[in-house]
Design a protein around this ligand. Structure first.
Ligand SMILES: [Zn+2]
Length: 70
């Protein structure tokens, strides 16, 4: 499953997704930006449910899972 289906309205590249943390609040948020040129498109997601979901997905991806190894 793709993390995001969002594409840049300028160049139609898939937007890159990053987890960032607020400097003051220290709360995680999601930053979306065009992979080709961040000036094309940049967006921030502050919805906690979505952020938790994405974080879980990233963790599942990076965590070595012995059971699912071929
Ligand atoms: Zn672009």
């Amino acid at each position: 499953m793709n993390q995001t289906d969002l594409i840049c309205p300028i160049c139609s590249q898939t937007l890159s997704l990053r987890i960032a943390k607020g400097r003051k609040s220290n709360k995680p948020f999601i930053m979306l930006k065009c992979a080709a040129d961040p000036r094309h498109f940049r967006a921030f997601v502050g919805d906690r449910t979505y952020i938790t979901q994405v974080l879980d997905q990233l963790e599942a991806k990076t965590k070595p899972d012995k059971t699912s190894q071929p």
